[in-house]
Design a protein around this ligand. Sequence first.
Ligand code: SAM
Length: 249
Amino acid sequence: PGRLWVVATPIGNLEDLSGRAAQILRDIPLVAAEDTRHSAPLLARIGSRARTIALHEHNEREQAARLVESLLQGTDVALISDAGTPLVSDPGFRLVRAAREAGIAVSPVPGPCAAIAALSVAGLPSDRFVFEGFLAARASARRERLGALVAESRTLIFYESGHRIVDALKDMRDVFGAQREGVVARELTKIFETVIDAPLGELVDRVEADANQQRGEFVVLVAGASGEAADATLAEGRRVFALLCEEMS
Ligand code: SAM
């Protein structure tokens, strides 16, 4: 059978595509991409003439079955997403699982990942961390999730988009407290890269005051609850959560 290569691609700066990733994408006959039109320039840039097929959250189940067929028949397949590492807040989990279940070898071609890139420059404890991905779009669900994390002592990592960054930061401030340290890592590896670290109260003010700081792609990191702080934070979080629930009922 063929091999499934899970290939990380850049999160902004195209130079971040590794030599090995470029070589595999150039040599491979078939690329499964989250959005084939989005990936076309990257593939063209490295001279890849691979056939591309779309694999996204709406068709992953059917496409995974088809791709496993091709793999079983001996075709190598590379999986890429629009940016960064596939499966990290991106499609691919079902395909990888189906491939492994079929006994197909799955190899990583590691590279950029926004969460890890942000963690590597945030200056927050990095020995233990929790990746939370995207928070819910609905305010109530978002606050509920944050409430469940209030006593978490590991560094928290979230993904966020421009149109929700201010609301999300406000909820984090309200739930974790204005003094908790946070970091907003925006547009990493791109022209307007900025990394701001400040207590959550100040972080909200700074991002809200500057429309430019609300544009682009964001990773938000929040320091974990400190030992003694954890109990107090938990009590405060529960209090705020109760208030919010009351407000919404
Ligand atoms: N698979 C990707 C990875 O490995 O990071 C993540 C894909 S997810 C659909 C897209 C989100 O990742 C964005 O909304 C943003 O939160 C984060 N992200 C991606 N590129 C980024 C960048 N250059 N700077 C900051 N955050 C980024």
